[in-house]
Design a protein around this ligand. Structure first.
Ligand code: GLU
Length: 463
């Protein structure tokens, strides 16, 4: 049974890179009918915050990356790590180190001065005595020679010399365990078979493998995925735009678009760009994860988002639009307008937020007139046009394009004006601007009551 996990530390919001790691783990598990575990690595008491945990959970739920087990919290498992650390101590595979932080710092400085790697010099490794009243950390006894190798699914064979590795601390003097230790204990006890994570963890992997061996647990497979870069080929950061996942939600991206986009960041299936969730589960595999960093491309994400806006059913988009209108402080006066508005804008809006701003004027009859539009088209000369239109419109039994067109044609004939000169004042009266969807479409969306109110308001405004 394949088992994967996403193991974020709640020391910041869920970012694009983390979400991609979560997604790859999720897709790989689902593809193989396996289990996906969520584990919150909150042993760093100072930096871990509840609000970040909530942000991570919300982000994953929004994307629909749902876990089969968890969330498990490392903070609730402290006894398990301590037990393991003391087991290694008892078995002679770890040791108590009494060196004080001051002494260590001194040694570190000296090593650097001599141009050496500032590794711990192993003073306490072979101490045969205990000092009951002195504080200590527990260090792992890294073999002094030999090599550690593993076959990374993405990178191929990777080898480290033990000489390069330190005797790392596994339990601090305050009795809290360190990352490289907890991660092994948990992955082993939870039966994780595949560890898929960012390649910034490659250097941790030999240390972790040695700990697996010492504890007598079997070693999982590793797949280290290249980090995400910005267009300038440096590691993705705030400089490249929004990096927190929920910012994309707030900007009006659809979760389907983001999921699709994240999946393609570092993974490819032929030259296909658009994938539904089911297709991703069906097609995802680790052998098509690339070796070089994926480049985060906002234009492509926008393109996918417009694609999903166009291809998602109107009702779903309408629900989202309503949320965004409210968020922008635009009260939806009549809900029945939502679907026609969506129909009219879904081909053009790149995000739901943009759609909301394009749609705003449909929902409040007290529209703001664009200043230039008003000066040019709401004048004493156009008042007659608006009045004639309103009178004609009121006599219509049903609203249909043919009858509305006829009113406009009649006005054109009576006034000897061009069609556009008749339509523009009506458009400004209805929308506040000189550019909008076709006038009959606007009338259709607004409905009788809003049209009458708005024309009437424009006439009164002119007077
Ligand atoms: N908590 C670690 C991180 O957020 C997890 C690393 C791992 O997947 O092993 O980087």
């Amino acid at each position: 049974m394949i088992k994967t996990r996403f193991a974020p530390s709640p020391t910041g919001n869920l970012h694009i890179g983390g979400a991609r790691t979560a997604l790859f783990n999720y897709l790989f598990a689902k593809h193989n009918n396996g289990i996906f575990v969520l584990r919150i690595e909150d042993t760093d008491i100072e930096r871990s915050k509840e609000e970040y945990t909530q942000d991570i959970l919300e982000g994953l739920r929004w994307l629909g990356i749902l876990w089969d087990e968890g969330p498990l919290f490392q903070r609730e498992r402290m006894d398990i790590y301590r037990e393991h650390a003391y087991r290694l101590l008892k078995e002679g595979l770890a040791y108590r180190c009494y060196c004080t932080p001051e002494v260590l710092e001194e040694k570190r400085k000296n090593a650097l001065k001599e141009g050496k790697k500032p590794n711990y010099d192993r003073t306490c490794r072979d101490l045969n005595m205990e000092y009951p009243d002195r504080p200590y950390v527990i260090r792992f006894k890294t073999p002094l020679e030999g090599q550690v190798s593993f076959n990374d699914i993405v990178r191929g064979k990777i080898t480290f010399n033990c000489e390069e590795l330190d005797d790392l601390v596994i339990l601090r003097s305050d009795n809290t365990p360190t990352y490289n230790f907890t991660v092994v204990v948990d992955d082993a006890l939870m039966g994780i078979t595949h560890i898929i994570r960012g390649d910034d963890h490659i250097n941790n992997t030999p240390r972790q493998i040695l700990i697996y061996k010492a504890l007598g647990y079997s070693i999982p497979e590793f797949a280290h995925v290249p980090l995400i870069h910005g267009k300038d080929r440096t590691r993705l950061s705030k400089r490249h735009g929004a990096t927190s996942l929920l910012e994309y939600k707030n900007e009006g991206f659809l979760p389907e678009a983001l999921m699709n986009y994240l999946a393609r960041l570092g993974w490819a299936y032929k030259d296909q760009e658009v994938f539904s969730r089911e297709e991703l589960i069906e097609k995802f595999d680790l052998s098509h994860v690339g070796k070089s960093p994926a480049i985060f491309d906002m234009d492509k994400l926008s393109w996918l988002n417009s694609y999903y806006i166009k291809n998602t059913d109107d009702r779903t988009i309408a629900k989202n639009l309503e949320y965004f209108l409210e968020k922008e402080g635009i009260a939806v006066d009549r809900k029945e307008k939502l679907i026609p508005v969506v129909k009219s804008l879904k081909e053009r809006a790149k995000t739901l937020k943009e759609m909301a701003s394009m749609a705003a004027y449909f929902f409040n009859d007290n529209i703001e007139y664009d200043e230039k539009a008003r000066e040019k088209f709401l004048t004493p000369q156009t008042r007659d046009i608006l009045e004639s239109f309103l009178n004609g419109f009121k006599t219509l039994h049903t609203l249909d394009e043919a009858s509305e067109k006829k009113i406009i044609e009649d006005i054109v004939r009576q006034t000897n004006k061009k069609v556009v000169d008749v339509i523009q004042p009506i458009r400004v009266a209805l929308t506040g601007r000189t550019a909008s969807p076709g006038i009959f479409e606007v009338i259709d969306i607004l409905g009788r009551e809003s049209v009458e109110k708005r024309i009437d308001r424009a006439i009164r405004w002119i007077k």
